[in-house]
Design a protein around this ligand. Sequence first.
Ligand code: ADP
Length: 181
Amino acid sequence: MRTEINGNLLELKAGDITRQRTEAIVNAANGSLLGGGGVDGAIHRAAGKELLEECKRIRKEVLNDHYLPTGEAVLTKGYQLPASYVIHTVGPVWNNRGDEPRLLANCYQNSLELSRNKGVSSISFPSISTGVYGYPINQAAPVALQTIINFLQAQAFGDVVMTLFSEQDYQVYKQTLKELL
Ligand code: ADP
């Protein structure tokens, strides 16, 4: 599904984010930046070990060995990926405390701002937090899509792609986008 927003393109597709040819792809990382399962593992496998080396340098030199806080984002190169850049952001773990929507929106907002500031005009997102982190996808989809829509309505950016890993996830995002437009 494709829709135009203020001259920008928002696209939903089912697929594997490691194969996307946008300038940047987003990784649903954990705060350690040292890799993990799910989309994080897939991105590190496809990018090659230099990605982990750069993540370790950021941990040490930028974050002073601290974890990347939830909702924040950092940018690395894409190495063996088709994408030039990977933006690593840490989604909230779902625990029903009430601050998850704000933190999830921060992931999308900060990733989009980081790409814009780097001059990147096409970016692919996975469905952040809806895997191991347990955020119910029917509640995550409106937060993700509304944040992207607001960003695109405010400026000329380019292309934003939501890459959903299953047909079922794709249908949830598609239905949600129809309701929001
Ligand atoms: P989180 O810890 O943020 O929940 P996960 O990696 O467990 O991150 O899951 C986030 C989403 O990414 C899930 O919907 C999962 O199905 C999806 N996913 C896993 N691998 C890929 C991939 N290669 N491309 C796109 N999405 C993926």
